[in-house]
Design a protein around this ligand. Structure first.
Ligand SMILES: [Zn+2]
Length: 250
């Protein structure tokens, strides 16, 4: 039978030294979880959609390597061409395109961003290739538009790559990590070592379905033994907990 009374601390109750450790460990945990990558992807999707680029096939790798970056592939919707040209301050081309479009001259033109062979292994501003086919009548103008959009694709890829790094960097700052610790309501040992336990009221602690685990045997069932002490049903390790008022039991 174990009898280890582990006193649990909230982040703000730790010593400065223990706080350092808590932040270090929490940051490691953050970088291992996929959410942040998903946040970056979400940002890419929203930004691409706003401009008018396809967002269904996005590749990125942000590890500070030369070959890293972001890229996006797919067919550009017809109706978005004007918007993309305007985004690039190519008002005259946008106007030309609209005239052709309204006259029904460019119905068969297809703008497609495909992977260069380089894009099979890497993702960055230079792995995308914009191709278009055009009816002979407006070959010249379509070529100009294609070249302008190619430039936009590179610029957007570089901008989003920088955004992505910024998003990831923010997550290394002290204030971000502290905020994350407080919102996830983690509990620590005196040393700042994370316990995997979170702040729950005693009642919630004992309720089935909470996702807390015993530190020693990973069992998830606890029994309240006396005031502020709970014990693991399996290995009988005990935890001192406080009655927290921040979470209401529903
Ligand atoms: Zn246990």
């Amino acid at each position: 039978m174990h009898y280890l009374l582990t006193e649990l601390f909230e982040y703000d109750e730790l010593s400065d030294q223990a706080k350092d450790r808590a932040r270090r460990e929490h940051s490691k945990m953050l970088s291992e979880c996929d959410n942040r990558v998903e946040d970056v992807r979400k940002h890419f999707e929203i930004s691409l959609e706003k401009i008018g680029f396809p967002k269904e096939d996005i590749d990125f790798s942000l590890g500070y390597q030369h070959s890293d970056g972001m890229a996006f592939y797919g067919r550009i919707e017809f109706s978005n061409i004007e918007n993309i040209l305007k985004y690039a301050d190519q008002d005259e081309l946008a106007h030309n395109w609209k005239t052709l479009y309204d006259a029904g001259e460019v119905n068969d033109v297809c703008f497609n961003i495909s992977r260069k062979s380089l894009g099979l292994h890497y993702s960055h501003y230079n792995t995308m290739l914009l191709t278009s086919d055009s009816p002979p009548c407006c070959k010249f103008i379509i070529l100009k538009i294609t070249s302008a959009i190619s430039d936009v694709i590179k610029a957007v890829s570089k901008k989003l790559e920088a955004d992505g790094y910024k998003l990831l960097e923010t997550r290394k700052t002290k204030s971000y990590i502290e905020e994350s610790i407080r919102t996830t309501e983690c509990l620590f040992k005196k040393s700042g070592e994370p316990t995997g336990l979170r702040i729950y009221s005693n009642e919630t602690f004992l309720k089935e379905g909470t996702n807390i685990k015993c530190d020693y045997c990973h069992c998830m069932k606890f029994t309240k033994t006396k005031k502020d002490v709970i014990s693991c049903n399996n290995c009988e390790a005990t935890y001192k907990v406080k009655t927290y008022h921040s979470m209401e039991v529903r």
